[in-house]
Write a protein that binds this ligand. Structure first.
Ligand code: TYD
Length: 246
């Protein structure tokens, strides 16, 4: 058997996860704890502060999985579709400094709704492995904590936007500030240009999410070389999903 034929390993660790949306759509932080997508494929999201190296690690992981025969879709948020990329341009454009927090949360959710409907859900239904650079934990950390909108409304908004599509596994790439800032672009985008207090609230948000959802969100030490970090990434993937041993 190759992964391409059947990406979810036998003895799927997600066994027992309820398929389809839960009864109460107003939900609910329990959905974030590791309910998973309930679909045939595997949905893995990558999170972290700006400049933590997510994109590189995702590409390396995608390469490794493809070598083993999996069909892998790599996408990002906001973006991943022409509409999503247009929304991304609006969100990151420094000229929109001062955008209202609620408008910001809605635009991220709008991009997500479109990406889920048009790209992620079909790929998961098709049995693919989907790797997504940021997902709703980013909205919880940046809009919920960073902008102070709170978790409850962000969860409710995103339960609706995604029609209850949650990741099976989330990797949080943890890198300290001094190492991250050396990787940031010379011209900061609108979010990167926010003050230190905002970024400290976002970091605090991620810490809270890690504590609240230890079964779904796994911290990966992002210090060291690309291959050292990739090894840690694959260790988590292997322990949680056994994608490399098949
Ligand atoms: P991006 O350049 O993709 O950042 P990175 O390379 O660090 O992933 O820009 C995305 C920015 O949008 C990033 O600052 C995080 C922010 N963001 C939110 O505030 N809320 C969200 O829901 C998402 C998906 C991203």
């Amino acid at each position: 058997m190759t992964g391409a034929e059947h990406p979810v390993p036998p003895g799927d660790p997600r066994g027992g996860a309820p398929a389809g949306p839960p009864d109460d759509a107003s939900l609910d932080h329990s959905a974030l704890a590791g309910m998973g997508s309930g679909l045939e494929g595997v949905f893995i999201t990558f999170e972290g502060l700006d400049g933590c190296g997510k994109s590189t690690q995702m590409e390396l992981l995608a390469g490794g999985l493809r070598e083993r025969g999996y069909v892998v879709l790599v996408t990002r948020e906001p973006g991943g579709t022409p509409l999503g990329e247009a929304i991304r341009d609006m969100l990151l454009d420094p000229r929109h400094h001062g955008m209202s927090a609620r408008a910001e949360a809605l635009l991220y959710a709008a991009a997500r709704a479109h990406l889920v409907e048009q790209v992620i859900r079909p790929a998961l239904e098709d049995g693919q492995v989907v790797l997504c650079d940021r997902y709703l934990d980013s909205s919880l950390a940046y809009q919920g904590y960073g902008r102070g909108l709170g978790s409850d409304d962000i969860v409710t908004l995103n339960v609706w936007a995604t029609e209850c599509l949650f990741p099976d596994l989330t990797l949080f790439l943890d890198l300290d500030d001094s190492l991250r800032s050396s990787r940031l672009a010379a011209v900061p985008d609108r979010l990167e240009a926010e003050d230190d207090a905002f970024h400290m609230r976002v970091a605090e948000g991620y810490r809270e999410l890690l504590l609240a959802h230890p079964h779904r969100i796994h911290r990966v030490d992002a210090r060291g070389t690309e291959s050292e970090v990739q090894k840690r990434v694959r260790t988590v993937i292997e322990e949680e999903m056994e994608l490399f041993s098949h």
